[in-house]
Design a protein around this ligand. Structure first.
Ligand SMILES: *Cc1c(COP(=O)(O)O)cnc(C)c1O
Length: 369
């Protein structure tokens, strides 16, 4: 078996094709998807299986099953299509090294966040065990799509939606929990280079009393317009401010914000309008372990002018250094410290080495699949 793999490996040395990666790590043919791992971005790549579990409004989820990845049937009168009754989650599976090991990062946090969101959106939710079981099953069934270490990860997307028919405004009578996965590389086209953000003070992502604090699907399409405009002006993403005073930093479209000044790292406090990121929570803990003073508080946009460094965190972006922020037109393009000695790079390295199983996981954050 091993000699066969090695033979084919040497035969394919000449090209830098994707399959060589697999042979180098001694996987068998069936275990390796035929894609170029070096070209992974954040575009959707279809994988083999998805996990589906259903229940009615007054029931609890009981059993689910793996299905071949494919279209799902929904009644046109479903709650999710008509009233946006839906939630999503996002987490990643990393290949641990050259062997078979695959690690999830704090999946119980995603399960708990989905429960909080489900309560807000009047939906039944899977238990933590059911959620983690479904995620593990999905990863195992799509194992050949987990990129080699260093090339990316398998992004896992759990969905919870009102699938049953409703006409009057009310929670749907039936629900579907679905988990699919796609291999991903870096989120921004800049890869790991610093990103450029623009502050929008007239457009808001979330309002007090709304659903900004949960991953409701209905929070996301409304940011497309601001995001599209920012991209057309050459920016990577948008920073949103609070919707009352238009003064305090909230977050980017799908990642949390941190501002560094000396030994103090500040991040906007989550009070319902900011999504409480699992990466945010983990980075706060790692930074405190490394003797930084971390403050969760109101952070005014003015503080950006005075900052040494700014970075974003999220499962998709991991820890992304911000190279500049533009506020109120081109007038104030703020340059920040980036690169190897930056706080964000230090935190990025510590976090990713835990996620990939390269560092000791003292906090028991990783879960083997
Ligand atoms: C998902 C998300 C984040 C990041 O959360 P993580 O748990 O770190 O992935 C931040 N902001 C928004 C708006 C999000 O949807």
């Amino acid at each position: 078996m091993l000699s066969g793999v090695m033979e084919r490996s040497s035969a394919s040395r000449s090209g830098s094709c994707s399959r060589q990666e697999c042979f180098d790590t001694a996987w068998s043919d069936e275990e390796c998807a035929d894609i170029n791992w070096d070209e992974l971005g954040f575009a959707f790549v279809q994988t083999d299986f998805m996990y589906v579990m259903k229940c009615s409004l007054d029931q609890k989820f009981s059993t689910g099953a793996l299905n071949k990845y494919g279209n799902i049937e929904l009644t046109p009168s479903s709650g999710v299509l008509n009233y946006g009754q839906g939630l999503f989650e996002g987490l990643k599976a990393y290949r641990k090294g050259e062997g078979d090991g695959i690690l999830l990062f704090r999946p119980e946090e995603n399960a708990l966040r989905m429960q909080i969101g489900a309560e807000r959106m009047c939906m039944p939710s899977p238990s933590v065990d059911q959620f983690i079981h479904a995620v593990k099953q999905t990863v195992l069934a799509n194992k050949r799509w987990v990129p080699p270490q260093g090339k990316g990860s398998l992004y896992i997307r759990p969905l919870l939606m009102g699938s049953g028919p409703v006409l009057g405004l009310a929670p749907a009578p039936e629900y579907m929990f679905l988990v699919y996965a796609s291999p991903v590389g870096t989120y921004f086209k800049e890869c790991l280079a610093p990103i450029h953000l623009v502050v929008k003070d007239k457009v808001h992502r979330a309002i007090p009393g709304g659903t900004g604090g949960v991953k409701a699907i209905s929070n996301y399409a409304p940011v497309f317009k601001a995001q599209k405009q920012a991209k057309s002006e050459g920016f990577t993403d948008v920073i949103y401010l609070d919707s009352i005073q238009h003064k305090y930093l909230e977050e980017a479209s799908s990642s949390n914000l941190f501002v560094v000044k000396g030994n103090v790292i500040s991040t906007p406090i989550t009070m319902g309008t900011i999504l409480p990121g699992i990466t945010r929570k983990s980075v706060i803990e790692i930074a405190r372990d490394h003797e930084y003073q971390v403050e969760e508080r109101l952070v005014s946009v003015e503080e950006l002018f005075d900052a040494d460094e700014v970075f974003c965190t999220g499962t998709a972006v991991v820890v992304a250094s911000v190279g500049s922020i533009t506020y109120q037109g081109q007038a104030c393009r703020i340059q920040f410290k980036t690169g190897d000695n930056s706080v964000s790079q230090q935190l990025y390295k510590v976090l990713t080495s835990i996620q990939m199983g390269q560092a000791k996981d003292d906090k028991n954050w990783t879960v083997a699949v």
